[in-house]
Design a binder for this molecule. Structure first.
Ligand code: F0G
Length: 467
């Protein structure tokens, strides 16, 4: 008992939970099970006391040594950076050995965007096929620390798959709230297989999120959506891993998809902490890309006077949600993102942009990433589509150093890919009664299967025709 109390005190020394609203700024202990500020309802973030981490050269060396170690804490690409995380030893960490994802060059995608070079950080190579695992390992570990019984989330499919897997590892019950009929088959199958209670809700993701906020009051429940600041802590380690892979040469731009805006928040926080510690000398410009039909933050961003945004110090108080979000990139079909304020602050501080791209632009960018031999899901391809637009607009120069973060694996949504290549991809009209013509997406890089006779000559002739 005494030992636990001592550990709690030490953890409190290491970090606190803080309300990001500058007019409030309330501080809470790490063991308080809260998801928004109890005083003002604002968003929370973890404030780590980083000075204990050591000097920059020693930190880099320690991380490098751990990358060669077989200690399970070092094999995980999140827990390897544990001095940056709000947990005290011994950590009851729940891991599937997440992180350690590849950073590829994408020459065809680079040319497509008008860049000399483009690198793609493939977070879809995580254990459940999406970037969510890097944050779920810390969120479920915190659920264990707090003695929670059931972990829950609202999801467009990837958070739920990840939560179900990590809760399974921890032996916790899990429940996921999914908008009925709006989740890809692969993602739904994952949650079922990992043993979660799958609640199919009549409504969209934002309705599921509202329900989660009500459920969070129950003492048996632990909410693992990215509103939970412990999720962000795990996800921020991607910035550390990326910098190691870049041999500490700071990229000019890092570009991520924007849905609930947790990922942009997390990367912004990761880079900021590296800057505060002196591990990097400047921030990369962080940009987030939304799908046109689900782009409330991009719409807000377009109204800002960037000359007066004051590096994120002057944030707008409210954001108008999109009532009926529409996109075939179902992962980011979100009209009222919960982390918009934290993400907007991070983007403004870095000098990045938040823009939107069309369904056609997403689909073609996805096919182009595929031509580089890299399979991602539609939501992830917003990055390459967005970079192409930002190059055309002059925000990114052709010779700049750019990294796109791919967030999910292609096999998450093979129906979309198949429909694109067969020329049958289309977006519903969005009318509640099902009326109105669907909007077809033209497969500019279509590659439909061919029926070929079962003989060598026919196969060679087909190859010749396509050379
Ligand atoms: N890419 C993929 C593949 C996603 O699944 C998501 C979000 C995002 C991008 C956007 O990230 O929300 O941090 O801005 N998926 C959530 C889910 C909402 O429930 O799986 P974000």
């Amino acid at each position: 008992m005494e030992k636990t109390a001592r550990a709690a005190d030490k953890a409190a020394e290491k970090a606190v939970q803080r309300c990001i609203d500058s007019a409030c700024g309330a501080i809470y202990g790490l063991r308080e099970r809260i998801y928004v500020c109890p005083r003002c309802g604002g968003t929370l973030e973890i404030d780590c006391h980083l000075d204990a981490a050591g000097d920059p050269a020693a930190i880099r060396k320690r991380w490098e040594e751990r990358a060669a170690s077989r200690d399970p804490r070092d094999v995980s690409g999140v827990w390897r950076y544990r001095e940056m995380l709000p947990f005290d030893e011994p950590i009851p960490f729940v891991t599937l050995f997440e992180g350690n994802t590849p950073l590829y060059h994408g020459p065809r995608s680079a040319r497509y965007c008008g860049l000399d070079d483009l690198r793609l950080k493939h977070q879809g190579c995580n254990p459940t096929g999406s970037f969510k695992d890097t944050g779920m390992t810390t969120a479920i570990t915190q659920a264990v620390v707090l003695g929670a019984r059931t972990a829950v989330c609202a999801s467009t499919g990837n958070t739920s798959a990840s939560l179900a897997a990590y809760a399974g590892r921890a032996g916790l019950q899990s429940a996921v709230l999914l908008p009925r009929g709006q989740i890809s088959a692969g993602k739904l199958a994952q949650s079922l297989d990992y043993g979660a209670l799958v609640c199919e809700i009549d409504g969209n993701f934002d309705d599921c999120m509202r329900l989660i906020q009500e459920l969070g009051d129950d003492p048996s429940i632990y909410v693992a959506n990215s509103i939970n600041p412990f999720r962000i802590e795990g996800q921020k380690t991607v910035a550390f891993e990326m910098m190691e892979q870049c041999l500490w040469q700071v990229p000019d731009h890092v570009v991520v998809p924007g849905g609930n805006m947790g990922n942009s928040t997390a990367l912004g926080k990761g880079f900021q902490e590296l800057l505060d510690l002196g591990l990097i000398g400047r921030l990369p410009k962080l940009s987030a890309i939304q799908a046109e039909g689900a782009a409330p933050v991009a719409q807000l961003f377009a109204t800002l006077d960037l000359t007066r945004a004051d590096g994120g110090a002057n944030l707008p108080a409210t954001m108008a949600p999109v009532e009926n979000p529409r996109t075939l990139a179902t992962a980011i079909k979100i009209g009222a993102p919960v982390s918009w304020k934290k993400a907007l602050r991070a983007v403004l501080r870095s000098g990045g942009r938040i823009i939107s791209v069309s369904e056609q632009e997403i689909a073609d960018a996805k096919a182009m990433i595929g031509r580089d031999g890299i399979g991602c899901e539609p939501g992830s391809a917003t990055t390459v589509a967005g970079i192409k637009k930002l190059v055309a607009a002059g925000h990114i120069r052709a010779d700049e150093n750019v990294i796109a973060v791919l967030t999910g694996h292609m096999l998450k949504d093979p129906d979309y890919v198949s429909a694109y290549h067969r020329g049958t991809l289309a977006l519903d009209s969005g009318a509640k009664d099902g009326s109105g013509a669907p909007q077809p997406i033209h497969g500019a890089f279509q590659n439909s299967p061919e029926r070929v006779a079962a003989n060598k000559a026919a196969i060679l002739a087909t190859l010749e025709r396509r050379r």
